[in-house]
Design a protein around this ligand. Structure first.
Ligand code: NAD
Length: 382
């Protein structure tokens, strides 16, 4: 039996708990939250064991600890876990400041431990099939990507009515203070990093546009950002995040022979479609028929039968990490990958109006396409 502990039993913890049901070989040995009432409610609902101090997690038997606390608490909680000898799977971002992420990355390395950052949708059937389609040359040479992470005019949604399955309210203020870029950019940035490697430079802009009652613009983070990402491999991607424009989670990878697309980053099993480009006499046309790319069997993984964000299997990342720890290899989202994801996300979020080009200081070595269970597989096996 593989063992994990959970710190932070708020809104997102329910999505992990629902996902855990698809991994019966992973046992939760302890849950802790500084809010005792939330802890009790969560543990009663999911029938999971509660402990009354973080020390009980630090000294407990869990191989891997899921840090599901609020972003401003990530650094301190992860630091304590690493110092206690625990591997850490952190919700995004790794930390709110790059210098803290560097400390965590170095601490893990020095202790022979791993720290990874969510999101894990890059391990999904959709992300891996898209990557395979690109690597197999179905669109020719990839040149440009348009990726959208727009979530509609969130500040006008009935946010106070949003509750998790066990009854925790959606953390409105925290989400607005942390901002949609740090909350969401990773849902495609990870896919792009897995496909095209490290980002060399970002040219980004971000702004706070919506009026949010009760919070000043100095307190809230940008609710819009747009980044042009220059990958070392030569591909250029435009990544947009907002909580104003109507819901749009498309990604389109444009190659010199066609376009591969997915319409929903949060749907682990979203179809990957390819339209090829043809010249017929004097006209150039993009094929009116989008061909669905078959998903190889090894990309399939346990599904959580829900809708929206809740349809993602939040345990794919921790499960792959447990496999990696057991096999003595680095997890797909750990180490340099997590640090680079954090650096690029923070750069986009903080860009504002006048920052211009930001040259990334971190790099990582891309891994091959991943079997959801963590076995090393290669493109040839498809
Ligand atoms: N809300 C979402 O829809 C959503 C979706 C995906 C990922 N996330 C990510 O999940 C993380 C948590 O978000 P959430 O929505 O669950 O927030 P939340 O406020 O609902 O829950 C966070 C919990 O962490 C606890 N906590 C904070 N500091 C702690 C500490 N030092 N020790 C113990 N417990 C502590 C809080 O008491 C709270 O119960 C964030 O990183 C967020 O980006 C959230």
């Amino acid at each position: 039996m593989r063992t994990v502990a959970i710190i932070g039993t708020g809104f997102v913890a329910d999505l992990y708990a629902a996902s855990l049901r698809t991994f019966p070989d992973i046992q939760v040995v302890a849950c802790y939250d500084k809010d005792a009432e939330r802890l009790q409610r969560f543990c009663a609902h999911w029938q999971l064991p509660a402990v009354d101090s973080i020390d009980a997690v630090l000294t407990g038997p869990a191989t891997l600890v899921l840090n599901l606390t609020n972003p401003h608490a990530h650094f301190e909680v992860s630091r304590q876990l690493l110092e206690a000898g625990k591997h850490v799977y952190s919700e995004k971002p790794l930390s709110m400041r790059m210098e803290d992420a560097v400390v965590l990355h170095a601490l893990a390395k020095a202790r022979g431990l791993q720290i990874a950052s969510a999101p894990c949708s890059l391990l999904s059937e959709a992300a891996q099939t898209l990557r395979l389609a690109v690597e197999q040359g179905r669109i020719g040479v990839p040149k440009l990507v348009y990726a959208e992470l727009d979530d509609d005019y969130i500040s006008q949604a009935p946010l106070t009515k949003w509750k998790s399955e066990s009854g925790t309210p959606w953390p409105i203020e925290d989400e607005l203070v942390v901002g949609c870029t740090l909350e969401h950019a990773g849902y495609y940035l990870t896919w792009l990093m897995a496909m095209f490697g490290p980002v060399r430079t970002t040219v980004s802009a971000s702004a706070g546009l919506a009026d949010v009652s009760g919070l000043t613009s100095a307190e809230t983070a940008p609710d819009y950002s747009s980044a042009t990402l220059f990958f070392e491999s030569g591909v250029v991607a435009r990544l947009t995040c907002s909580i104003l424009a109507p819901h749009d989670h498309r990604i389109r990878v444009i190659g010199d022979r066609g376009v591969a697309s997915v319409t929903e980053s949060w749907d682990n099993r979203a179809a990957v479609k390819v339209r090829t480009r043809h010249v017929i006499r004097r006209r150039m046309i993009n094929s009116p028929i989008a061909r669905k790319v078959p998903s190889p069997a090894f990309t399939r993984h346990p599904a959580v039968k829900r809708r929206g964000a809740a349809s993602m299997n939040f345990m794919l990342g921790p499960a792959e990490m447990l496999d990696a720890i057991a096999a003595g290899r680095e997890a797909r989202q750990a180490g340099d990958f997590a640090l680079h994801l954090t650096e690029v996300s923070l750069a986009i979020q903080s860009a504002g109006e006048n920052t211009g080009a930001q040259h990334m200081t971190t790099r990582f070595t891309p891994s091959p396409v991943t079997h959801w269970a963590g076995q090393r597989t290669s493109v040839q096996e498809s």
